[in-house]
Design a protein around this ligand. Structure first.
Ligand code: BTN
Length: 262
């Protein structure tokens, strides 16, 4: 698979990814990338780790990520300075990653299926979550982007322990929409192509923010956000140039950098 990925990248004129690993089973692709970054004396970055299955997939807020076979599960290790970024740009990188997944998935879906961004970076189709993204920065100049997309995994196979979570926040898989398998490798390469385009265009470019805003579910809606134990309520009026969410509250415009948006 490593060779297939690098061949596809060079055919499509995408960045060379010098370190690519494919595993049948891993605890977590993000843990593997972190290990590579920690232990190697010099690693050629970016590095990409793909797994067919994870036994301890990690989600945001300490949640477990359902990581069955036939999903697309991968992590990308990046040196921020190679992209002229610093740690303060992580929210923008996170937004651009979500938008790139959305654009890659959109290519495969009929136009009647509505793709959307759920700030900060979840991707939804028809109001159900199809992709989750975990952004970590183990060292000031490093970022690990962990991405899980429900592609050919059937919802009928969801283990019981995930039922309560998925009842609260329903999920969807591409195969349930398309009724046929999607080529996971091609989807991965499509993501990398969109990601490269978005990053090279400049993460704080007005176009990227406007595009993310146009797809953002929360924009134009009344939202309630818990941020550091404080509840912020108001109308979401857009996304700021630094990727934070802008909320019109009774006492003025609040800028939300992180938090759980209901
Ligand atoms: C979320 O909670 O929405 C983020 C989920 C991120 C899951 C992906 S799957 C590949 C990578 N490896 C992990 O352990 N987590 C991320």
């Amino acid at each position: 698979m490593q060779k297939q990925i690098s061949d596809l990248l060079s055919t499509k004129g995408i960045w060379k990814i010098p370190t690519i690993e494919h595993h049948h089973v891993l605890s977590s692709t993000s843990d593997r990338v972190r290990k590579i970054l920690e232990t190697a004396i010099s690693v050629d970055l970016p590095c990409l780790v793909v797994a067919d299955e994870q036994t301890a997939g990690r989600g945001r807020a300490g949640k477990v990520w359902w990581s069955s076979k036939e999903a697309l599960l991968f992590s990308l290790g990046l040196e921020l300075s190679n992209f002229l970024l610093t740690r303060k740009d992580l929210p923008l990188l996170s937004l651009a990653t979500g938008l790139s997944v959305l654009q890659a998935i959109q290519k495969y879906l009929p136009t009647k299926n509505q793709v959307a961004l759920h700030w900060p970076n979840d991707v939804y189709v028809d109001s159900k979550k199809i992709c989750g993204i975990l952004i970590e920065s183990p060292k000031p100049n490093l970022a690990v982007l962990g991405i899980g997309i429900n592609v050919n995994n059937h919802l009928a196979d969801i283990p019981n322990e995930f039922y309560p979570e998925f009842e609260r926040r329903p999920i969807i898989s591409m195969i349930e929409i398309l009724d046929k398998k999607t080529d996971i490798l091609l989807l991965l390469v499509d993501f990398l192509q969109k990601f490269q385009y978005n990053v090279e265009k400049g993460l704080s470019s007005d176009k990227l923010i406007r595009e993310a805003e146009a797809y953002c579910i929360q924009v134009g809606r009344n939202v309630s956000i818990s941020q550091n134990g404080r509840e912020i309520q108001g109308l979401c009026i857009g996304i700021a140039p630094d990727a934070s969410l802008l909320i019109q509250t009774e006492s003025g415009i609040e800028t939300v950098h992180s938090g759980i948006v209901q």
